[in-house]
Design a protein around this ligand. Structure first.
Ligand code: AMP
Length: 294
């Protein structure tokens, strides 16, 4: 396995692999590092269906606002390399901020903005976040030129944003969504879980527990979305979590849902001290929906 640090190196490596095997399928797994079993499941999925697998490890400053955890974000790069290799990656692309955005750091003149589906949830809570995500994803897809790129349903809205941008900008790439990998108590694995104190870690399990409980209550369809949100919000607060949002949304458009039914997602963001966690469940338990072919 090789670590690559420049766009040219990545392009050259992918080109060489395709020269050797013109039918080679190239898989890309974009991450911010501090890799865990959730990321590993994406690399596994890529390795199962692609001949060449590249994992990208880049803490993207463009998707953090000034009051967020960019400086503290964990960067255990040696571990990331070991995990990537163990799960079948051929390349780890680990560029510097300068390599991605030039000498002036995160100053770029061109950004990618996906409208509409970024108006709610994380888009509303973190202004500018999805422009940063969309811009770096577009750059990484251009740099690697993969056949497939793998994203987790953990960041559900992000997955739909990436699907939309690939469709709208005609990237010849298949976006593969992968299920959320959870700890034994249900907490969705996240690089940010490492920030939690033992007490907060214990409390954090309420997030998935209450989302699953809400999903069970919703499957009877006796409730309306607002009361489901309100009950879940109260349960989370009762478990000691500071709630950023709890919303039932259409699982494609990400618009607030007016009634319960198929094709919805219940998404929540909470804070424990300085740590912010997100999670989601589909209502009812369902295959992840894809945008209709256009
Ligand atoms: P991140 O490094 O947090 O930017 O995540 C990189 C990719 O891994 C994204 O597509 C995430 O959705 C995905 N991911 C992170 N945590 C999990 C998880 N627990 N299960 C599945 N995918 C995940």
């Amino acid at each position: 396995m090789r670590t690559l640090r420049t766009v040219i190196e990545l392009r050259t490596a992918v080109r060489a692999a395709r020269r050797q095997d013109p039918g080679a399928r190239v898989g890309l797994v974009p991450t911010m590092g501090a890799l865990h079993a959730g990321h590993a499941s994406l690399i596994d999925a890529a390795a199962r269906t692609c001949n060449v697998v590249a994992v990208t490890v880049f803490v993207n400053p463009l998707q953090f606002s000034p009051n967020e955890d960019l400086a503290e974000y964990p960067r255990p790069f040696a571990n990331d390399v070991t995990l990537s290799e163990a799960h079948g990656a051929h390349y780890v692309f680990h560029p510097s901020v300068e390599e991605m955005y030039g000498q002036s750091g995160a100053a770029v003149l061109t950004t990618v903005h996906v409208a509409g589906i970024t108006d709610t949830l994380e888009g509303a809570a973190r202004p500018g976040h999805f422009d940063g995500v969309s811009t770096v994803v577009a750059k990484l897809l251009n740099a690697a030129g993969p056949c497939r790129a793998f994203f987790g349903e953990k960041d559900y809205q992000q997955l739909q944003v990436v699907r939309q941008l690939v469709h709208d900008l005609s990237f010849p790439i298949e976006i593969v969504g992968c299920p959320i990998v959870r700890e034994s108590d249900g907490l969705a694995m996240s690089s940010r879980n490492a920030y939690l104190s033992a007490e907060d870690r214990r409390r954090a399990s309420a997030l998935s527990r209450e989302l699953f409980a809400a999903r069970d209550r919703a499957s009877g369809r006796a409730k309306d979305p607002r009361s489901l949100e309100e009950e879940t919000r109260r349960a989370l607060i009762g478990s000691g979590l500071d709630v950023d949002y709890v919303e039932v949304v259409d699982s494609l458009s990400m618009e607030r849902a007016e009634r319960l039914g198929p094709g919805l997602a219940l998404a929540a963001a909470v804070r424990l001290g300085k740590t912010r966690l997100i999670d989601n469940v589909l209502l009812p338990a369902d295959e992840i929906p894809r945008p209709p072919e256009r």
